[in-house]
Design a protein around this ligand. Structure first.
Ligand SMILES: Nc1ncnc2c1ncn2[C@@H]1O[C@H](COP(=O)(O)OP(=O)(O)O)[C@@H](O)[C@H]1O
Ligand SMILES: [Mg+2]
Length: 237
């Protein structure tokens, strides 16, 4: 593809240090994400999928001399911490397997939270309206004042997607977003992601489940910390 990728991981290396033991996880993984694509990163448990997503999304730093991430052509990991925080909070949105909603906040407050951490370009009122609209779009209009524990798993994940989108990110990252859900509820979450992708959002999803790679239009396989193959699917989803 000749288009410049919106996001690129270049030769990413990551080693965790456990006491005196070094645990190498990524061994020079390179990946290109094209704008408007839904890219699935497929790999077995422990292959380094979450680590790769965290490096791409500014949540965790590569090793020293462990490659870089380019967002719209610009280096992410040579930025100041403050700029990296801003990248993580406004340019990308993150959805996790276990939702990571704050239990003491309502669904509405959880969704609004990223707007309070960022130097939002919108007014508080605009942000509140956007949070409410997103929750309504995902069928949670009647759950605004509820705490996460009062919601089902699928509802919690939809709230987490609303939170991930509240700052209007360019790329949505989803790390095993259906991994904690039954098949039917998982499919509902994938339907939500499909709609967002159809409306133009760039999606990067990590999974160990080959079956759901057909939801996206590009697949990247990760094995033992290395990208072993990339493919663009022929069908348009
Ligand atoms: N913070 C950490 N400290 C030490 N080891 C880690 C840490 N995070 C992940 N690992 C190890 O790195 C490997 C890859 O983890 P991960 O990226 O979570 O894989 P996946 O998401 O594909 O299951 C695993 O062996 C895991 O135990
Ligand atoms: Mg993982």
């Amino acid at each position: 593809m000749s288009d410049k990728p919106i996001l690129e991981g270049i030769n990413l290396k990551k080693t965790y240090q456990l006491a005196r033991l070094k645990v190498p996880v990524l061994h020079g993984a390179s990946i290109k994400i094209q704008s408007g694509d839904w890219t699935t990163i497929l790999g077995s448990s422990g292959s380094g999928k979450s680590t790769l997503l965290h490096l791409l999304g500014g949540l965790d730093r590569p090793d020293k001399d462990g490659g870089d991430v380019l967002f719209k052509g610009d280096s992410v990991w040579s930025r100041s911490n403050r700029q990296i925080n801003r990248y993580r909070n406004t340019d990308i949105g993150f959805v996790f397997q276990f939702y990571h909603l704050l239990p003491e906040l309502t669904i509405f407050e959880n969704t609004l939270l990223p707007t309070m951490l960022a130097h939002s370009k919108n007014s508080i009122k605009e942000n509140k309206n956007r949070a409410k609209l997103l929750l309504e779009q995902f069928g949670l209009g009647h759950r605004l004042a509820h705490k996460p524990r009062e919601l089902s798993g699928g509802e919690r994940q939809r709230a987490a997607i609303a939170r991930a989108l509240v700052n209007e990110p360019a790329v949505l990252f989803a790390d095993e977003p259906t991994g904690n859900l039954d098949e039917e509820t998982g499919n509902e979450i994938l339907d939500v992601l499909s709609e967002l992708h159809s409306s133009g959002l760039t999606v990067v999803m990590v999974t160990h489940n080959e079956v759901i790679t057909n939801r996206g239009n590009a697949v990247v396989r990760l094995r033992s910390g290395q990208i072993v193959n990339s493919a663009t699917l022929a069908h348009s989803p």
